[in-house]
Design a binder for this molecule. Structure first.
Ligand code: LLP
Length: 421
């Protein structure tokens, strides 16, 4: 993460002193950089400037209304996967004509809401879904815009939980079945074919699998054109890998080079659905040290216990993901080996394991980096812990863009009321 540096041993980001932010907003809190967010979006947009393209920010990565609205203001479309995300995107000002609706489990209600909004296309993931979309469109007297999500059966090297583009995965349909779905769609007065789609996984660091998947969806588009169906949108999905501190980020210009040379002078528009690559390194989570448990014997571990855990950031617990962790106050340089853990009653509740950490004391702040994507959105209330606050660094301002949940917020929805018994 850039522009994160120490001034007189205090960690700052975008000119803001994180110690002050900790005092002002309390912990745990997610902090985002508007500048970084915008740079990341612009990088994508510019890499494909030469060809018609639409960057549909994948809202699932970070669905804060303010974050969506900043990207929409810059011209982004959105990739949504639920009725809830549809509502969020509309509330944030997204243009329905630039919205793609993916996901294997769209309900009748979600499909109707999508149809009513006038979105760009449903990325259809099964024959059953195509039938339901057709039925809903007929009931509403509308023509539903569709693309079929192809499962291109390319292997992308990433964590098994975030691979999606092989036959063993629940997503999309194979190219044979896709041809059948396209035939059915072409014959229906309630369906309009707008594109061909795929999404092969997440945190992919090589360009090759994307190019292979692209070649496959383009071949299907060509076939459709051969049959007189003028598809224009080729949606390659998201999945563009970033650097969490140990890897080399996907080379966007290499990928763009490959795609631009394939698309130059063609009738197609490229759609990309980046999530992580837009918000990942534009966010961090900061937390306070509650306790330091020192190993009494050599055979035991040491633990830094934070007020943030798997309920706030589940990626390390769920995928074994690495997030760099920096002390907000830099000490004299002594370090020790520790697990950085949360307060949750689960052994899997860790943010780092066997990490060389600077000596810290209760009350110190730590910054967990590159937490802008799949951070807050995957947080939970496990152990009845309210979810954290979210703050946006916007030039000299630090803006609260979501207030910290309270226990009262959590109890409100439950039926038991002691005053009535
Ligand atoms: N499009 C579709 C259809 C998707 O399913 C996803 C992510 C994206 C776009 C955006 O992918 P991205 O550019 O962010 O990689 N929770 C996991 C990641 C799950 C990704 C799910 N789908 C993690 O924290 O690593």
């Amino acid at each position: 993460m850039e522009r994160l540096d120490y001034q007189q041993d205090r960690l700052g980001w975008e000119g803001h002193d994180l110690t002050h932010l900790g005092d002002r907003f309390q912990t745990p809190t997610y902090v985002y950089s508007r500048r970084r967010l915008e740079e990341n979006y612009r990088r994508f947009d510019q890499a494909f400037a030469e060809i018609p393209h639409l960057i549909c920010y994948s809202v699932k990565a970070n669905s804060n209304l303010k974050i969506i609205s900043l990207l929409v203001e810059m011209g982004a479309g959105v990739d949504i996967v639920s009725g809830g995300e549809l509502q969020r995107a509309l509330r944030a000002g997204a243009d329905p004509a630039c919205m793609v609706f993916s996901g294997v489990g769209k309900t009748a209600g979600e499909i109707s809401a999508g149809l009513t909004s006038g979105l760009l296309m449903f990325n259809v993931e099964s024959g059953g879904e195509l039938d339901l979309i057709e039925k809903q469109a007929q009931a509403l007297g509308k023509v539903a815009p569709v693309a079929v999500r192809i499962n291109p059966n390319v292997e992308a090297e990433t964590h098994p939980y975030v691979q999606t583009g092989q036959v063993a995965h629940k997503f999309g349909v194979n190219s044979l079945e896709a041809r059948d779905l396209y035939r059915r769609a072409a014959a229906s007065p309630h369906l309009e074919i707008r594109g061909v789609a795929c999404h092969i996984g997440s945190q992919i660091l090589e360009a090759r699998p994307f190019l292979d998947a692209f070649d496959e969806i383009r071949a299907i588009a060509e076939e459709l054109r051969g049959n007189g169906i003028e598809v224009t949108n080729l949606d390659l999905g998201g999945g563009f890998g970033i650097n969490y501190g140990k890897e080399k980020a996907l080379d966007l210009s290499a990928l763009a080079g490959g795609l631009v040379s394939r698309l130059r002078g063609t009738p197609y528009r490229l759609i990309l659905e980046p999530g992580r690559a837009i918000v990942g390194d534009a966010g961090l989570l900061f937390a306070r040290v509650l306790y330091v448990k020192r190993n009494a014997q050599k055979s035991q571990k040491s633990f830094i216990v934070l007020d943030a855990g798997m309920n706030d950031l589940i990626r390390p617990a769920l995928y074994g993901s690495y997030h760099e962790i920096l002390p907000v106050r830099r000490g004299p340089g002594k370090s020790f080996l520790a697990d950085v853990v949360g307060p949750i009653c689960e052994t899997g509740d860790f943010l780092a394991q066997d990490r060389e950490m600077q000596e810290v004391e209760p009350g110190d702040l730590l910054a967990i980096l590159t937490a802008g994507a799949y951070g807050y959105v995957l947080s939970s209330n496990y152990n009845t812990r309210p979810r954290p606050a979210e703050v946006l660094l916007n030039g000299e301002q630090a803006e609260l863009i979501r207030s910290r949940e309270t226990v009262e917020d959590l109890l409100r929805a439950e039926a038991f009321d002691p005053r009535k018994t």
